[in-house]
Design a protein around this ligand. Structure first.
Ligand code: DGY
Length: 337
């Protein structure tokens, strides 16, 4: 990013409030704000740095933030008129909701809209890791395909295997739904047992350790909070089957990166497929990239044209409600009371 990058102020009507939009969002979202507010849009594709963010939000009543934009007390204090932070994501670990609460600022997210798309991604990674898809495609592209090899790129069967889902909210359940077509046994672990979902999906509630011990595929689908940090570490990796595959589409810090690196270097488990990392982005020099049993994609779980468009619509609908003096529909649970 160059320091000369400037925000675009789409309209400047002194009678209207101003909102800061941390990246150009699809017009189907932004259209809802035109006529209600002046829009200061950070041009991206990289996020504004700290100074740019602090300068950008000054004088704004709302901020539309992405998961890359840290919304803490300092940002909130950079604009005395702030009423709402609309995160364009279902996760909001980038927003200090306690700081928002203390300042009377609302925080909204985009629940529901990306459930199926994110579950598709967990499955795409599961299948890709089980069958070495990126590695073998790269092998063929590089001109290494000389013959049909009996024992090259041998993977793991998905059909009939045991799928362990950690975090059985909307996305975890959508991951489970897809397993029916693969004749899988489904185990899940969650803070609370959900008997209705168990019945509907044929899933079995187990302890965390049982899930890790018995699953062929472990899909992480919990939200990020103090209790899910390093849910997977040295102890947990040691419990997993040596043939198991770990899939993380939740948040990077749910997995202890150092422990995972060591486990993958020593081939403690069969494969790991990560949509999210800690830190994020993972520096390209990180040893995980050098391993043929690890797949890393750059936080793409919700990245389809339709879903990203709908996320923008929902985030902007939340913002528009506040601009009209209404309660936004998707206030996060911690502030909803
Ligand atoms: C979310 O919505 O939390 C995703 O991780 C971003 O797409």
């Amino acid at each position: 990013m160059t320091t000369t990058q400037k925000t675009q102020t789409v309209s400047t009507n002194p009678t209207m409030p101003t909102v800061f939009v941390c990246r150009p969002l699809p017009e189907r979202g932004l259209a809802q704000l035109r006529g209600l507010a002046n829009l200061k849009i950070w041009p991206g594709p990289l996020p504004p740095d700290r100074a740019q963010l602090l300068a950008g939000v000054a004088g704004c009543v709302g901020i539309a933030s992405l998961v890359t934009d840290r919304m803490d007390g300092e940002v909130m204090d950079a604009t005395a008129t702030l009423k709402v932070i609309c995160n364009v994501a279902v996760g909001y670990d980038n927003v200090d909701w306690r700081a928002a609460k203390a300042r009377g600022v609302l925080v909204t997210n985009t629940p529901g809209v990306l459930t199926e798309t994110s579950a598709d991604m967990a499955w795409a990674l599961l299948m890709a890791a089980a069958r070495h898809i990126p590695q073998s495609a790269e092998f063929a592209r590089a001109g290494n395909w000389k013959t049909w090899e009996f024992d090259k790129f041998l993977g793991r069967d998905v059909y009939g295997a045991t799928l362990g889902i950690a975090g059985f909210g909307r996305i975890g359940q959508a991951v489970a739904k897809r397993a029916a077509g693969f004749g899988m046994r489904i185990l899940y672990h969650n803070r609370n047992r959900n008997e209705a979902a168990e019945l509907a999906l044929g899933a079995q509630f187990v302890s965390k350790d049982e899930l890790l011990r018995h699953s062929d595929f472990v899909s992480l689908n919990m939200s990020m909070n103090e209790s899910s940090r390093h849910f997977i570490g040295v102890r947990e990796l040691a419990l997993m089957k040596p043939t198991a595959v770990l899939i993380n589409t939740a948040r990077g810090p749910v997995v202890d990166t150092a422990a995972l690196t060591e486990a993958m270097q020593t081939r403690r488990i069969f494969a790991a497929a990560l949509d999210v990392t800690d830190p994020e982005p993972l520096p390209y020099t990180h040893p995980l990239y050098a391993l043929d049993n690890v797949i890393i994609v750059p936080h793409l779980a919700s990245a389809t044209v339709d879903t990203r468009g709908r996320m923008a619509e929902i985030a902007c609908a939340n913002m528009a409600a506040v601009l009209r003096g209404e309660r936004p529909p998707n206030v996060i649970a911690e502030l909803a009371g």
